[in-house]
Design a protein around this ligand. Sequence first.
Ligand SMILES: CC(C)(COP(=O)(O)OP(=O)(O)OC[C@H]1O[C@@H](n2cnc3c(N)ncnc32)[C@H](O)[C@@H]1OP(=O)(O)O)[C@@H](O)C(=O)NCCC(=O)NCCS
Length: 384
Amino acid sequence: MEKVCVIGAGSTKYGKLQESITDIAVQASAEAIESAGIEPKEIEAGYISNVFGIADKQVHLGPVIMSNLGIPEKPSLSIESACGSGSVSFREAYANVAAGFYDAVLATGVEKVTHTGTEWTTTYFSYCSDFFYEGGAGASFPGLFASMARAYLAEFKATEEDLALVAVKNHDNGLLNPKAHLRKKITVDDVMKSAIVASPLKLYDCCPFSDGASAVIICNEKFAKAHTKNYIEVIGSGRGGSPAALQGREHLTTIPSTNIAAQAAYKMAGLTPKDIDFAEVHDCFTIAELVDTEDLGFFEKGKAVDAVRQGLTKLNGAIPINPSGGLKSKGHPIGATGIGQVVEVFDQLTGRAGERTVKNAQIGLTHNFGATGASCAVHIFKSV
Ligand SMILES: CC(C)(COP(=O)(O)OP(=O)(O)OC[C@H]1O[C@@H](n2cnc3c(N)ncnc32)[C@H](O)[C@@H]1OP(=O)(O)O)[C@@H](O)C(=O)NCCC(=O)NCCS
């Protein structure tokens, strides 16, 4: 296999955006191309992740984006894997470069949903669950993650204030990220007093609905060296699956696909969780970050809550989690999220993260899943 590198990254601001889905996707892609210092024609293929293009009247996004970039003759693949679409798209791009099919490709993720309103967006998103058992029976994603939260609080004697600490930390990080959706300092008290969405989860325990696009340029080592000195290498890539509906799982306090994907990525990289300097994880709800960091092996089962209480996951802690602000504060434009995590790792490891830079970091990990973790991908990167 070829060594695979990321040599450029770009992102729109996340939030409520006015431009069309095509415009924001092209904007992020053009920024990634410019940051890599390459010409669009040097890109040999595009991997485009999106879930609800239909909400902005544009599906078959691949050829539309390639045409707008001035390279209509280059092939593209549109990829949907719910909230995990971005990391699956990245994985496909990675695998094709590793296999030697292409020297350099574009991976762009995009979502544009806020204009449909909360009721419609909640309905659309529920189509990503196992609709027969979950969405169709009235369970929204806040409701499903609330079930996991109830089980976690009961099993590990954690409190709603512990969940709130995750939100407070991620909002603190998001304040340092100019492209984050919710840039607002909050306290545990603010979280506790915010409106209940699905008990025990309150407004500030939830990620928002966001629009946004992110893009990266992925290439082999020879191409990277010929174009730049400022790049990162992909050293681990793993994917995993879980029963689609929560009722099919043995426990509600673990997401099997995370562990399967992480073990594959660690094995490929020849690393253990202790070697990771920071991670961008899928914190769609505060409970998810606790479960994720245990399933990724950073903490023993039931111990993530102690880590959060001790501040170990803060920007200056032993293992910073979600320096970007995470889905909670940076935002969650679902088709873009997984690529946005890679953009953050690129920014961190190439000196572009400004005030939120994790000190002395050399190895970063991304973790992104679809729905309640039915599908998952984990990637590990190192600075060069
Ligand atoms: C939490 C949620 C129900 C809030 O929706 P809502 O009540 O319609 O909120 P609105 O969009 O009307 O916004 C109301 C206010 O709350 C803020 N807000 C909205 N969502 C927020 C969130 N998740 N966290 C903090 N503040 C939020 C808005 O900025 C707005 O503030 P303002 O009045 O100062 O402008 C919705 O964001 C949600 O369902 N999030 C989860 C999305 C999801 O399931 N994603 C997939 C994960 S698997």
